[in-house]
Design a protein around this ligand. Structure first.
Ligand SMILES: [Zn+2]
Length: 191
């Protein structure tokens, strides 16, 4: 009952503004087989990062071990540069597979994040809002690219796109979608 309510709230909050992702590889929704490697839950917080819209026990923040490890490494590096942590939303569900309202987020390889705010608050913002901090968001993207030049970041700030840091994808004005480049056998199982 509680879980159903939380799922409902998540879908509601998605419709209201935040967190939607239609990025990601094409999936065959009908034949999903769980990937047992998608089994590491991102901690609720850690050095350099916090989480938002987290469901109970982080069931919506499960990834491949490499994905979660990358976020944690990124946090440790980010903490050296910034007093304001970055904020992580949905990853995948355990075992992967369909994760409405997302179209992606099925393989344990992707994470949504909030853009930074000038006031440093752990709250949403978007590229058209006065609170949006481009400089800080740019700095974060640069760190990602420094740590993983092949990482993909979807985010619709036209300036950051011009600078080659992010790519346009519909709906990504209020969150960044991060996909580190993973080189792992664990990707091949399931799905
Ligand atoms: Zn996403």
């Amino acid at each position: 009952m509680l879980l159903a309510l939380r799922s409902y709230q998540k879908i509601q909050s998605w419709h209201q503004a935040e967190s939607c992702c239609s990025a990601g590889p094409v999936q065959n929704l009908g034949t999903h087989r769980p990937n047992p490697n998608i089994n590491i839950t991102l901690p609720e917080s850690g050095p350099g990062f916090r989480t938002y819209n987290r469901e109970e026990n982080g069931v919506d923040q499960v990834g491949l071990p490499e994905t979660v490890a990358f976020i944690q490494r990124l946090g440790a590096e980010w903490e050296k540069e910034s007093e304001v942590p970055f904020q992580v939303g949905d990853l995948s569900r355990a075992g992967g597979g369909p994760f409405p309202p997302h179209q992606g987020h099925q393989n344990g390889t992707e994470a949504d994040l909030r853009p930074f705010r000038k006031d440093g608050a752990m709250l949403p913002t978007n590229i058209n809002d006065a609170s949006y901090d481009r400089a800080k968001t740019r700095q974060w993207c640069q760190l990602v690219k420094q740590m993983d030049p092949e990482a993909t970041i979807l985010f619709n700030d036209s300036q950051l796109i011009k600078e080659g840091l992010t790519r346009y994808y519909k709906g990504h004005h209020n969150h960044l979608h991060l996909r580190p480049s993973l080189n792992s056998d664990s990707l091949d199982q399931g799905c």
